[in-house]
Structures are given as C-alpha cells and as structure tokens.
Write a protein that binds this ligand. Structure first.
Ligand code: HEM
Length: 420
C-alpha cells in the first residue's frame, strides 16, 4: 500500500520536504500550537452542539409549561443530555483559550520581532486569524438566545449600526434584520458561526502553517551559540509530532476537568429574553471595548456629510480600527534588518517592548472601565469618568516611561542602534 502510494505521490519526497522540518525547541513556540488545539476542540464540540441546536426563535412549550424561544429550549435540551453540559462548557472555555493563546502567541511574535521580513505576510495572516476568531466568538454569543445572549449581542448590533453611511445595511446583512426581533437573526448568525467563519479560519490556518513551513521558524537565541548559521530543532516527524500529541491529550484532559468543574454560561439562570435589559458584561476579550463605550460621553456626537458620528462608532470601531491599522503597518515601518534569523530579545528593544507593555495596560484599564456601573453602585471613586479616563490614558503613558527608563538603566546603552 505504502509503495503504491509512494510511486504515485512521492511520499518520500514529501517526508523529506515537510515532515523533516526542524521545529525549534522553545516553550514560547507552543503558544501557536495551543491555539491550534483549542480550535480543533472547538470544531469537534461544535459538531455535537450543532446536531442538537435549533437555530430558531419560534415559540415552543417546555415540559414545565413555560413558552420560550426554540434556540433557548434546545440549549436546555443539550444540557440535559449525558455529558451535554460538559461538552457545551468545553466549547465555551476553548473559545476563551483560543483567543487568549492567539493573543499571547501574537505577543511573542511582537516581542521577538518575528513579524519582520520575510514573515510580514504570515504576520498579516495571523492578524486576520485573531480578528476572525474574535468575530466567530461574537456570533456564538447570540445563539443560546437567553437574556444574557440577547443583551450582549444587542451591543454588537448597536456598534455595527453606528458605522456612518453603511452601518444600517451592514448590520441588517450580518444580523438578518433588526436585532433582536428579526426571525432571520439566529439562522444568519448560526450559519456564520458554524459554517462560513470556521471555513475561513480553517483556510487561513492552513495558509499560516504552509507559509511557516516554507519560511522556517525564527530560531531561539541559544541556537546562535550552539550552531551559528544553522537551523536547529527536532524533526517535525516523529519527535515534534509525539510532543504535539502529548500536549493535545493534556490540553483535552485539563480542559475537560475545568469544563466539568466550572460549567459555563448557565442559560437556565439567565432565563429567556425579557423586555428588561439585565446588567451583563461581555467575556474578558470584549471587556475593554465595552469599557470604552461606558466612558465615552454621549456628547461626543457630530454630523458629517449627512451621517452621525457617535460614541458607539468612536469606541466600537474607530479605536479598534486605529489599533488594527497600527498592527498591520508595523512590519512595513519597522524594517530594520538585524538578527532576524534569531528571535530578538525584548530587552534589546526598549521602545518596542515598552509600547507593547503600555498597550497591555491600556487594555487592562479599559477593561476596568467596564465595571464603571458596579463602582458607581459601591460609591467608589473609580465610578467617576474623569478617574477612569486618567487610568485609561495615563496608565499606558506612565507604563511606557517607567518601562523605557528601567530598561535603559538595566540594559544600558550598549545597543543604541537597536532602540526600536
Ligand atoms: C488562530 C490563530 C493562530 C494559529 C492557530 C496560529 C498557529 C501558529 C503555529 C502552530 C505556528 C508555529 C509555532 C509557533 O511559532 O508558535 C505559528 C507561527 C507564526 N505565527 Fe501564528 N497562529 C495564529 C495566530 C497568529 C497571530 C495573531 C499572529 C500575529 C499577529 C501570528 C503570527 C505568526 C508568525 C509570524 C509565525 C512564525 C513565527 C516564527 O517564525 O518565529 N499567528 N502560528
């Protein structure tokens, strides 16, 4: 069988070209793999959920006599199946892990300069992957159609709707009409969530890995000492593959225990949608956006060529858009060539490292602003808009200055030419 296939597909050639690829041994290189494992678990658990979910808001009667949307009832049904609640929980937590791991993986790429020539293209594919992963998570929010899901999704609908000139059309296309209310919303978000976006993710992940294999990894710094000028690492097959299988099994085991111990998103507790909007906060990866929307005053509104530019557009589109643009432009601005075959050390690049730290503090402080109403209810000073703005803007600025000065003091001026 092997010989038959080899004569036709040149398996030996493929083995030497792809499977003998040297995979560098460095803990930070596992972050991309963990992102991949989380995605695989999401697809597998997602198949189970799709088979039992009803993407409709038609009214159905529960055995206890309550009339609720069919989508909501089908999630209660999933929870009642053997291991149903654990599998749904595993899906939920894996979405969190995928986004967290992709974000940390991106930090590794930023801090080690791996976005530089010749890897600009793969860096851009990576950015698209992170964006697509976040949008996929968002489209999953609405599906259980409980009180939480509807309220959280309505915030996203409001943001899409706030885009000048094209927002209304865009929101109608994405949400299948007005949200909540339109009967087409859940089927539309469902097809995006289970088909189009995962297909996009699969295609981009395939492209990402193909480019990575073609270009080879950046090398950890120790490779420069051990075997200068050479590609150092363990072969993709069998060594790296065995490590990946072990890591994947560990991932599934640990995540299943977590999913069983901390059941995610209790739809029964949230209840079916009601006219009263409950006070809900989105998951951590949307919290910074939600925080910005909390502190941008409603007076930030003006008219431009017949369209309204308002707080939702500024906080929900302009700020993330500017951050995204800066990320896209980075490899074309930071074109200095240095040790690029080897990972750069954060300590050698005080400006870049300090900017990354400042951005992290910005995300943290903007997320803190997401608790504004809670702070106000407790009578805390943190409920004041002025205090939250000071933290959101002043925190990153101070972080940048302190980090830059400390790095200069501790790592000296020896690498003056590598300031960025
Ligand atoms: C769904 C999301 C993603 C998956 C599944 C994924 C997967 C991977 C894997 C398995 C690797 C090889 C191992 C490693 O270097 O960690 C890799 C490398 C790489 N990734 Fe990603 N990635 C994702 C998102 C991103 C993001 C958000 C970025 C940056 C914006 C990015 C940029 C890169 C680059 C530049 C490399 C080559 C690194 C090097 O040569 O050192 N990726 N990715």
């Amino acid at each position: 069988m092997y010989r038959w296939l080899d004569e036709r597909l040149d398996l030996k050639g493929l083995y030497h070209k792809v499977l003998r690829k040297a995979f560098p041994v460095h803990h930070s290189f596992f972050l991309g793999e963990i992102t991949l494992f989380a995605f695989i678990v999401l697809v597998l658990t997602g198949i189970f959920l799709t088979l039992n979910f009803e993407p409709s808001i038609r009214e159905v009667k529960l055995p206890d006599g309550r009339t609720v949307p069919a989508a909501y009832a089908s999630v209660l049904y999933i929870d009642s199946l053997p291991f149903g609640a654990v599998i749904r929980s595993l899906h939920h937590w894996s979405a969190n892990v995928m986004i967290a791991a992709a974000f940390l993986h991106m930090l590794r790429i930023l801090l080690s300069g791996a976005y530089k020539k010749p890897r600009e293209l793969n860096y851009l594919v990576g950015l698209a992957l992170l964006g697509l992963a976040v949008v996929t998570a968002f489209t999953g929010y609405a599906l259980p159609y409980d009180n939480y899901a509807v309220t959280a999704t309505r915030i996203g609908y409001g943001i899409a709707n706030s885009i000048p000139w094209v927002g209304t059309t865009l929101a109608q296309v994405m949400f299948g009409g007005e949200f909540p209310g339109s009967e087409k919303s859940i089927p539309r978000l469902f097809s995006l969530h289970v088909l189009w976006l995962p297909l996009g993710l699969m295609a981009l992940i395939g492209l990402h890995l193909a480019i990575m294999i073609k270009q080879k990894h950046t090398q950890p710094r120790y490779a420069e000492r051990v075997a200068p000028g050479k590609i150092l690492g363990v072969p993709m097959y069998p060594q790296q593959m065995v490590m990946m299988v072990i890591l994947f099994a560990l991932y599934v085991g640990i995540m299943t225990i977590i999913a069983g111990a901390f059941l995610a998103h209790p739809v029964e507790a949230f209840g079916p949608p009601t006219p009263q909007t409950p006070q809900v906060k989105p998951d951590w990866y949307f919290l910074w956006l939600y925080g910005l929307l909390q502190i941008i005053p409603s007076s930030w509104e003006f008219r431009l060529f017949g369209a309204t530019i308002g707080p939702e557009f500024i906080g929900g589109v302009v700020v993330p858009g500017v951050l995204g643009l800066v990320a896209v432009l980075l490899p074309f601005v930071d074109t200095r060539k240095d040790k690029m075959r080897y990972m750069e050390l954060p300590s050698e690049h005080p400006v870049r490292t300090s900017v990354v730290l400042a951005l992290l503090v910005f995300f943290l402080m903007a997320s803190l602003a997401g608790y504004k109403i809670d702070f106000q209810q407790q009578g805390s000073i943190l409920g004041e808009n002025a205090v939250l703005w000071t933290l959101v803007l002043g925190g990153p600025l101070l972080t940048f200055l302190v980090s830059y000065v400390l790095m200069r003091v501790f790592y000296g001026k020896a690498r003056e030419g590598e300031a960025l």
